[in-house]
Design a protein around this ligand. Structure first.
Ligand code: TYD
Ligand code: MG
Length: 469
């Protein structure tokens, strides 16, 4: 029999070490090593007793495989992210920060599925049954036939689930509270989370139930657990939102049965999470187009175009070192755009404070936002209004050139749908063969952007709006 001994397992990345270390050698995280008994951590379940292998048949790639059947939930934003509904026997990890709304979304999902006649079980390891019931009542879901329990023992959960007809959906809220008896670690440790997830995955594969594991993660990755099960599950859905704002985005980070570039948009209301079918309209609500310093960006969130307002404030500084402050965008990117505007646009920004904000609380990470940010900055500095009905997109290079970005036509179609008339962006790289749904004002260099904004200020109208030849 293998000798049982203690290991030190990194609670951040799952790396195993024989001795305690202040800093994990694998991921450089400090104070993450915890003593765990027996075989734990990555690669721990090594082959113990060697048996003679069984020979199995190998297959080719060309065989016809049927599409997996799906259980549609009836929440279009959720069905869109999963790729058309839950695949029976699949296991999903729903990751998100504490308090973001995972339990709310899942109890609503459970109720919707139960209403369409499926058996649905919701196991809460964090809240008492009364609490879950109270929330459901507040959400107007008291009559849904969801079966509830507050349990944390995986053995008990699986024993209960195997009674009666297998549920279509089982929600485990959360995987960090589950513990398997055969593992000698406290709940929430890497070993317990992994063992519990393994048992629940085995249950899903053998019965055909879909299992959703809730996993708490924090922005800095402080909370242990979910990261070590990411590779074991079929799909990882991340539920995100900015503190203080009501909207939430559900994103598929991994999906063995569907796309990974779809997003679902929800809004947290007094009555739970409401779907937002038209996110652009939500992000542009309350827009004040009569003040300088605001440009509308036609951005892409995954495969979905979303319009947001980029706001800039450039004002003379009272300090020795001017302030640069960004919300919702990369500060390094702002520094780069400011440097390019100075070097290739002839603007003097060294004596100005610069603030940049993506309105509505969205985080934009794609380079297509460069042109909109530059337009907002120039508009704020010069006091010139940008045209009300123009959207901006394009990546700015260090030479000051504006480079094309993907999905130009998708972005313009979304803008046209919301009543915009023109798009300012690079000429090259437009989807060939398709007529742009908007007038295109070509902009291939930052100096041209600055000249156009200055000219429009002088003439009291927007930048050149040229119909494409
Ligand atoms: P919850 O689903 O408990 O978050 P998680 O499971 O991810 O930790 O959501 C908790 C937050 O949502 C809480 O701050 C209150 C808010 N909330 C609403 O605004 N409206 C509602 O109808 C509900 C149920 C919650
Ligand atoms: Mg919760």
């Amino acid at each position: 029999m293998a000798k049982s001994r203690t290991n030190f397992v990194c609670q951040n990345c799952g790396a195993v070490s024989q001795k305690w270390q202040g800093k994990c050698e694998s991921c450089s995280e400090w104070n993450a090593m915890t003593e765990e008994a027996g075989s734990a951590g990555i690669g721990a379940q090594a082959i113990v007793g060697v048996r003679k292998g069984r020979v199995f048949a190998l297959e080719g790639l060309s065989a016809v495989t049927e599409q997996p059947p799906r259980v549609e939930v009836g929440v279009p934003e959720l069905d869109r992210v999963t790729g058309g509904g839950f695949v029976p026997g699949s296991v999903l990890l729903m990751a998100g920060e504490p308090g973001i709304g995972k339990s709310t979304l899942l109890i609503q999902t459970c109720a919707r599925l139960a209403d369409s006649g499926h058996r649905v079980v919701y196991i809460s390891g964090e809240e008492a049954v009364a609490q879950v019931r109270l929330r459901a009542q507040r959400l107007g879901l008291a009559n849904a036939a969801v079966e509830l329990a507050a349990e944390t023992s995986v053995e008990d959960v699986i024993a209960t689930l195997t009674q009666g007809r297998p549920p279509a959906l089982v929600v485990i809220d959360s995987i960090q509270t589950m513990w398997a008896e055969k593992v000698e670690s406290t709940p929430g440790t890497v070993t317990q989370v992994r063992a519990s997830a393994q048992a629940l995955i085995r249950y899903a594969k053998t019965t055909g139930s879909t299992v959703i594991l809730v996993g708490h993660v924090t922005k800095d990755g402080q909370v242990a657990g979910p990261r070590v099960v990411e590779h074991m599950v079929d799909a990882v859905l991340s539920f995100e939102g900015e503190g203080g704002h009501h909207f939430r985005i559900l994103r598929a980070l991994k999906n063995r049965f569907g796309p990974t570039d779809e997003i679902g948009v929800f809004e947290m209301t007094g009555l739970g999470l409401a779907e937002v079918a038209n996110p652009s309209a939500m992000f542009l609500a309350g827009r004040d187009a009569s003040a300088p310093g605001a440009a509308v960006l036609a951005s892409m969130e995954g495969a979905r175009p979303v319009l947001v307002e980029v706001q800039a404030l450039v004002a003379p500084t009272a300090l020795g070192t001017p302030r640069r402050s960004v919300v919702g965008w990369d500060p390094a990117r702002l520094s780069m755009i400011l440097a390019v505007l100075e070097a290739h646009g002839g603007l003097k920004l060294g004596q100005h404070d610069v603030y940049l904000n993506i309105a509505g609380g969205l985080r934009v990470s794609e380079p297509a936002a460069d042109l909109a940010a530059a337009a907002a900055l120039v508009s704020s500095l010069t006091g010139a209004l940008l045209p009300r009905t123009a959207v901006f997109f394009g990546e700015i290079g260090l030479s000051g050139s504006v480079r094309p970005v993907v999905h130009a036509n998708l972005r313009m179609k979304e803008a046209a749908k919301l009543g915009f008339h023109s798009a300012v962006g690079p000429v090259a790289g437009r989807d060939e063969g398709e007529t742009p749904p908007l007038r295109v004002a070509p902009c291939d260099h930052v100096s041209q952007l600055i000249a156009d904004i200055a000219a429009s200020a002088a003439q009291g109208r927007g930048p050149r709006e040229v119909k494409r030849a």
